[in-house]
Design a protein around this ligand. Structure first.
Ligand code: NAD
Ligand code: ZN
Ligand code: ZN
Length: 394
């Protein structure tokens, strides 16, 4: 089959690779009809996530048709499914608590040492996201093996819901929702969101649905900010405006009640601190670039809530721990517990309460995936979300 493989920093290619097989009884094989490139994929592309190997198949946002099932799968051939990016067994302590992205059984034992060293405990498995999280082949491919297929995949019965409407249930829609939930939004709140990428936009949309009175989205890309405005958010362009002053002014001098960092470890920024972090990241001495998060922590009101859907991999230098403690802030974060939210959000899509199609700027054949990565990385303002279609003519 054809699949998008990692070959080195900013070097990905569509190669011919062996088709996947059923390995465990609960596996299913999915023929991919749509798969997207995520901001998280850019961290792999830029070489700032460790343990990606040459030849690894990337991609964790995908859906398609079931073409093969193991004896323990509950899926049937021919079903249309959206697959959550988090691989979860459904029966461990964490899955029992609906903390699916913390599953104890989805990262193979021989891959656990690195996350145990870095994070103090082995992490769970994710599709196409390095050997830190299981080394699973991803979904930017014609076919993909889905472990624990009796737990994760969501069957889409309604043919009226085309791929564009439901694909983002695999990651970014639940991620935006959980980001807003983690911000513990109460009716009337002012919420600030850093990043007008897919995650920030869906977080803003979710915060509005949850009753926030004002949602303010911060970025520097005009088209992305215009999408935020279209959702009903207010916007700040951080190149033109002093973010902290603007937020104070917009929140009666107090600061937002809750802040959401939808930027993650490759924040853009012009402070000396951020430039030093860029250099440290380049030479591999492990500093995540957290300038958006630092700004959010300084901007939020005393006693405020900090939600971090943005991905961080290692250590962060000069973290404002003093502000966190002195202001009495609370923080919630995590890879999304995707399985927990998919059903509910599918219902909201079917009822017309949530639309995700506005986000898609480009639909490309899988063969053009390398261009899709380069453009999503280098022309972020125009490329808001790239969907790859293995079945589309090149
Ligand atoms: N927690 C999860 O499960 C989960 C799931 C999906 C994505 N993510 C993470 O969420 C983050 C966003 O993902 P995305 O797909 O929206 O990415 P993206 O790269 O498309 O968007 C990031 C946006 O942040 C903006 N930005 C950069 N620096 C900024 C700053 N200092 N202030 C304000 N805005 C700034 C960029 O201009 C860009 O528009 C990434 O870190 C991604 O890895 C997490
Ligand atoms: Zn993703
Ligand atoms: Zn589990």
């Amino acid at each position: 089959m054809r699949a998008l493989c990692f070959h080195g920093t900013q070097d990905v290619r569509v190669d011919t690779v062996p088709d996947p097989d059923i390995v465990n009884p609960r596996d299913a094989i999915i023929k991919v009809t749509s798969t997207a490139i995520c901001g998280s994929d850019l961290h792999l592309y830029d070489g700032v996530i460790p343990a990606v190997q040459s030849g690894d198949i990337l991609g964790h946002e995908f859906m398609g048709e079931v073409v093969e099932v193991g004896p323990g799968s509950t899926l049937r051939k021919g079903q249309r499914v959206v697959v959550p990016f988090t691989i979860a067994c459904g029966s461990c302590f964490f899955c029992g608590n609906q903390q699916f992205s913390a599953c104890d059984n989805s990262n193979p034992v021989d891959k656990q040492e690195m996350s145990e060293t870095l994070y103090g405990t082995p992490m769970s498995g994710l599709f196409g996201y390095s050997h830190l999280t299981g080394g699973y082949s991803g979904g930017q491919a014609e076919y993909v093996r889905v472990p624990f297929s009796d737990v994760g995949p969501l069957v889409i019965e309604d043919d009226g819901l085309d791929d564009d409407k439901v694909l983002f249930l695999s990651d970014i829609l639940p991620t935006g929702w959980m980001a807003a939930e983690n911000a513990e939004i109460e009716s009337g709140d002012t919420v600030a969101v850093w990043g007008a990428g897919p995650v920030g936009l869906f977080a803003a949309q979710s915060a509005i649905i949850m009753g926030a009175a004002r949602v303010i989205v911060i970025d520097h890309y005009p088209n992305r900010l215009a999408l935020a405005k279209g959702l009903g958010a207010e916007i700040i362009n951080f190149r033109e405006t002093n973010v902290r002053e603007a937020l104070l002014e917009m929140s009666g001098g107090r600061g937002p009640d809750a802040v959401i960092d939808a930027v993650g470890m490759e924040a853009h920024g012009f402070s000396i601190d951020n430039m030093l972090d860029v250099a440290k990241q380049k030479i591999g001495i492990g500093a995540d670039r957290a300038s958006a998060l630092k700004q959010a922590i300084l901007a939020v009101r005393k006693g405020g809530r900090v939600s971090i859907p943005g991905v961080y991999g290692g250590m962060t230098d000069k973290f404002p721990l003093g502000a966190l403690m002195e202001k009495g802030l609370s923080i919630k974060s995590g890879q999304t517990h995707t399985q927990k939210y998919m059903d509910k959000l599918l219902g909201m899509i079917a009822d017309g309460k949530i639309d995700t199609t506005f986000l898609i700027s480009h639909r490309l054949p899988l063969e053009q995936a390398a261009d899709g990565y380069a453009n999503f990385k280098n022309h972020q303002d125009d490329y808001t979300k790239v969907v790859l279609k293995p079945g589309m003519e090149a």
